[in-house]
Ligand binder design. Structure first.
Ligand code: B3K
Ligand code: ZN
Length: 847
């Protein structure tokens, strides 16, 4: 049925040393000539090359044209009969024709606003030429581009150019998914970086003319990432040139092509007027991420796509550490855990649950998931916790030394940790091979100075994996005495059994435990505890993550109780008041504490607890709790709002961003008291996008944004990235009852360019982010969403499939909603000519 299995892996029967490519660019008829230096590894194997949507012009071996009987051409590629192959090494030459202008899938060679660009990961290179399109075939590439564009770029080093042509040579062997080509009328912002061994690297950020005044931050971020990788990992850049290109039409965030990273322009372009603090933070993080791939991805790549988390989990872990070092570590950790729970725990609790290393797929593009990326990063973080920071550095040094230039597996990766630490990690490996989020139950007991924590772990069955052996879980624990002193500093307990106890002796009084500090493992912690104890931890814990977590637990508990009629918990309301005015805490941290869990998070925790999930009740409860907080703390909030104005011109650094975030958190509560007067004033006076958009969002929430929305549109209609914000903000924050109708109105707006992935996501993603709106009882949200997936699928299956995850939570809701969601999924599944991408997703979603 077109499924690929990990267990079917076989090495490619040929070696491919070198590739020479020549492109003659034309929108409707680009010619691609390829010369592949191949040699058989085994006797008598046919030569299979992947190829899709290619028009074959010519085919020759060692200069001799092949006869039709020598080969077989199918929709998936080209197979040359063993009898037509010479003995020993040979050169295969092909010429094909492709039409970049008709490529709406944005995979392979395509055009975006008049420029040529490529996206080859995972299997897009086969839409460019016939080739063994698999990551374990690594070759040196020489590329000649013929075109009349002023800028013609490919990977590696420039080796020559003239009017209408340029040639590039990449000395580092690489898999085809890292190939890139860009051609267009582009302008560069230039910089240099001196590496640790004293080599000068030229840095270029390429954009379309007019965008160059928004590239300075990206260039600085790139230099910071290069420096950080030298300091934290001892990794030096290995070419004399690093090019980064921004394109407007891109399915994902960015791509780590060797020496020629291609980015979604939203992750490059930033100015104070057009980008928010969050945009700046993301730009720095993703530029770091793609740069870090140069070693964890490019120099050492994956043997096959099942090993995707080998490069992605590790590289996310690296970019998180980078951001943590550039900004505020504890705040970054909290943000990452919010994302992990919001995306990965949600994924793991539904029909799409899969291990970080899956063992089968139909369409690999469907596995660029929160589990592969974010949980993959958590698993790397746990390894670091288990072997310690020095042990981690030793393991990584060995990884680079042993595997440079190779295509590796998770087994290779684990072996490096075993060999460098002397530890047995066979049980730990379940984190890679098993799906599902473990639940950790904990009880405690105190007697005669001895304190005992007893843990039990359980992971529920996931699709295809009914049995769940115990995981090896690092549990970081600290103990506080009743007066708030820390009596046992952070200690890592290693749980390996289904049930396990740990004791602490010599204690004068029963301590208060702080468990899973820093979120030391991606598990759900279940502990029967009192609101008083949570309030105590919120006030006293020395671990910033668990301090925040205690507040989050209180908020979640009171919100879930409020969905069935309870009053707001005074313990929570009072504790929060004490914290917001605590000047010893960073503004960014206080902003996080003030921000209530989102509606989807509340829904997820109700579902995990086996309770009814009523989207309207959740929305009302959250609003009611905000109103209570606003009323109870109005004076303090108003004071804080005034005190946290950031003086001087806008700067995107973490400290200023923290203040703005605290100020906006106060504003969103105050707006429930002042008829949004402050928000309207801030919108009118704001000199940066963080405050403009923050104020606009608050006005939308309270239903009073008509004038401002119109003004915003008028001012920014020529800037696509800012207009994306206009779409997403009003949809995600408007009163839920209005969301599906607003979505329909916005989809009719002439600025809704649905072929552009960013714009498509801003409308569909905006609607699904409006929890109660998407789940409106009459099913209008579901219908609108499904209609657009059906419409996009034939053009851009990758993005359509990715967006279908909005339906992954259907099992949470009442029967009526479940039936409506499943009916929409079934309607999608029944579309004639449905893509493999969306076909696989709907099949898995329906279960
Ligand atoms: N490796 C790319 C993702 C490619 C997605 C293909 N569907 C971006 C990244 O993770 O850095
Ligand atoms: Zn990546």
């Amino acid at each position: 049925d077109g499924t690929t299995y990990l267990s079917d892996y076989r090495p490619y029967p040929f070696t491919l040393d070198h590739v020479s490519l020549t492109f003659r660019l034309a929108p409707k008829a680009t010619r691609v000539k390829a010369a592949l230096s191949l040699a058989p590894r085994e006797e008598g194997a046919p030569l299979h090359l992947d190829g899709e949507e290619l028009k074959l012009i010519s085919l020759a071996i060692d200069g001799q044209a092949l006869k039709p009987a020598d080969y077989l051409l199918t929709e998936a590629g080209l197979t040359i009969h063993p009898a037509a192959l010479p003995e020993g090494a040979f050169t295969l030459e092909t010429e094909v024709e492709i039409a970049p202008e008709d490529n709406t899938a944005l995979e392979g060679l395509y055009m975006s606003k008049g420029m040529y660009c490529t996206q080859c990961e995972a299997e897009g290179f086969r839409k460019i030429t016939f080739y063994p399109d698999r990551p374990d075939v690594m070759a040196r590439f020489h590329v000649r581009i013929e075109g009349d564009q002023s800028v013609l770029l490919s990977n590696g080093n420039p080796v020559g150019h003239g009017p209408g042509w340029a040639e590039w040579d990449d000395p580092w062997p690489k898999p085809a998914y890292l190939f890139a080509l860009v051609a267009g009328e582009l302008v560069a912002t230039h910089g240099t970086f001196t590496t640790m061994s004293g080599k000068t690297v030229d840095l270029n950020i390429w954009v379309r003319p007019g965008d160059e005044d928004r590239t300075a931050f990206a260039l600085g971020a790139l230099a910071r990432a290069m420096k950080w990788d030298e300091e934290a990992y001892g990794r030096e850049y290995d070419l004399s040139l690093f090019n980064l290109v921004a394109v407007d039409d891109f399915n994902m965030g960015a791509m780590e092509n060797k020496g020629l990273n291609i980015f979604n322009s939203k992750l490059v372009l930033a100015s104070p007027e057009t980008a928010t603090d969050l945009d700046y933070e993301r730009i720095e993080g993703v530029i770091g991420h793609e740069y870090f791939h140069n070693w964890t991805g490019d120099r050492i790549t994956c043997r096959d796509w099942f090993q995707l988390c080998l490069k992605e989990g590790l590289t996310v872990f690296r970019d998180q550490s980078f951001t943590s070092d550039m900004r505020l570590g504890p705040v970054k950790r909290i943000e990452d855990v919010i994302t992990l729970r919001g995306r990965q725990f949600r994924e793991d609790a539904g029909p799409l649950s899969h291990p970080p290393r899956p063992d089968h797929y139909r369409e690999i593009n469907n596995f660029y998931t929160a589990t592969v990326y974010e949980k993959g990063a958590e698993v790397v973080g746990m390894l670091k916790t288990l072997v310690g920071p020095e042990g981690y550095r030793k393991a990584l040094d060995l990884y680079f030394e042993r595997h440079d230039g190779q295509a590796c597996t998770i087994e290779d990766w684990i072996k490096v940790f075993e060999d460098s630490s002397g530890r047995d990690l066979s049980q730990f490996k379940h984190w890679y091979t098993d799906a599902g989020t473990p639940r950790l139950k904990v009880t405690d007991n105190f007697k005669d100075g001895t304190y005992t924590l007893e843990f039990t772990q359980e992971t529920r069955p996931t699709p295809g994996q009914p049995e769940k052996p115990a995981r090896h879980i690092p549990i970081a624990v600290g103990l506080l005495s009743p007066n708030g002193d820390e009596v046992v500093p952070t200690t890592v307990l290693e749980m390996t059994g289904d049930r396990q106890s740990f004791t602490f002796t010599g204690l004068g009084a029963k301590p208060v435990p702080s468990i899973l500090r820093g979120f030391s493992a991606p598990v759900v912690l279940e502990r029967e505890t009192s609101a008083e104890e949570q309030a105590f931890l919120l006030a006293n814990d020395t671990d910033p993550f668990n301090r925040w977590e205690a507040g989050r637990n209180l908020a979640r508990a009171t919100l879930t109780a409020m969905t069935v009629g309870a009053e707001p918990d005074p313990a929570y309301v009072e504790a929060l008041g004490a914290l917001i005015g605590d000047e010893s805490l960073s503004p960014a941290f206080r902003a996080l504490i003030l921000r209530l869990p989102g509606e989807d998070e509340i829904a997820q925790s109700l579902f995990t607890a086996g309770r009814t999930v009523d989207p309207d009740a959740i929305h009302r409860a959250r609003h009611a709790l905000m109103a209570t907080l606003a009323e109870r703390h109005e004076t303090a909030l108003a004071h804080l709002f005034d005190a946290s104005a950031v003086p001087g011109p806008y700067k995107p650094d973490a400290a200023s961003a923290g203040l703005r975030s605290l100020r906006l958190a106060c504003l969103s509560l105050l707006s429930l008291r002042d008829d949004a007067a402050r928000a309207r004033a801030l919108y009118a006076s704001a000199g940066n996008m963080t405050e403009s958009l923050g104020a606009l969002g608050i006005l939308v929430t309270v239903g009073k944004a008509e004038t401002e929305l119109a003004a915003f549109r008028k001012r920014w209609q020529g800037n696509p990235l800012v207009m994306d914000k206009w779409f997403v903000t009003q949809l995600s924050l408007c009163p839920p009852d209005e969301a599906p109708d607003l979505a329909a109105r916005l989809a009719a707006d002439p600025l809704f360019d649905w072929r552009n992935p960013n714009r498509f996501r801003s409308v569909l993603g905006g609607l699904s982010a409006n929890h109660a709106g998407f789940h409106r009882k009459d099913g209008a949200g579901y219908r609108f969403y499904a209609d657009w997936l059906i419409r996009l699928d034939p053009l851009n299956p990758q993005t359509a499939a990715r967006m279908s995850t909005a339906f992954e939570t259907w099992a949470r809701y009442d029967k009526a909603r479940q039936e409506k969601m499943r009916a929409e999924l079934a309607r999608i599944a029944a579309q004639p000519g449905l893509s493999r991408d969306l076909g696989e997703m709907t099949a898995r979603l329906l279960g």
